[in-house]
Design a protein around this ligand. Sequence first.
Ligand code: G4P
Length: 302
Amino acid sequence: MNYQWYPGHMTKARRMMQEDIKLIDLVIELVDARVPLSSRNPDIDELGKNKSRLILLNKVDLADDSRTVLWADYFKRQGYFVTRLDARSKSGIKAVSSMIAEACREKTERDRKRGIKNRPVRAMIVGIPNVGKSTFINTFAGKACAKTGNKPGVTKGKQWVRLNKDVELLDTPGILWPKFDDQMIGLRLAVTGAIRDEILLSEDLALWLLEYVSENYPGMLENRYQIGEAVSLNENNDSMAAEMPEEKRRALWLLEQIARVRGCLLKGGEPDYKKASMLLVEDFRSGRLGRITLEVPETGEE
Ligand code: G4P
């Protein structure tokens, strides 16, 4: 595994964010609703302390609704303002606007008591790569919004986008680096496409995904790929396969079926596992497989 490209990039991003964060009142953090914890970097809590905090569960169109509800509750219980979002659609804008207003109310009140009027709340978007920051800024702030600051030839300061009369948004998002010292986090981020494919083999991703989906969303794979039930997984006499735990053998069997059903075959007619793996992961990322969330908040009840 090679993460070498990352550290220099991280240090610079963190330094820039530390500077930017000084200028703002509200941190709007985007997380991927399919992996709400794995797509966060908890360091933002330290960087954003003393600021109002809003979490946007983005890409809800791809996530499992019932789990999104659980995650929204989870973050609310931790003291964040939370709302759900499909950053590509304008339909969520109202909910986000009112949540921003709510998150800022305390500050606006404080200003008002001190006699400060009409001072807009300043906000910035943060999140790991690919979580939808630019999409959100484009959809939400759009081109119609007047940009303020950074007048040509006068300042080379920050660009602020006026969202409404009360809120200004920094037009460059803060990039958080994903934190994946835990292998499971790495897997979830790779499957969703947040980190680069080369880090993990596509077959490993696919087998893990197959195991997870079979267990958590029974019938979904069979439906999507028109796969019948396995008559007997023990039919496979391969001694290596025989030693595998049942779930792993089932995942391998499913991958083989997907390869056959979708015509991912090598010259001799053997299944092309790599091709089938890529097809499966792409089906997951695009939502064609179904609406899937890869983690559930701990309830503390187990
Ligand atoms: P970033 O600035 O945080 O790095 O993310 P960016 O906005 O570039 O979004 C990354 C990808 O995620 C884009 O896909 C974008 O369309 C998609 N995306 C953002 N928000 C949502 C959402 O709410 N729902 C869905 N379904 N997709 C969303 P892309 O440009 O097509 O690129 P790629 O995913 O094919 O690489």
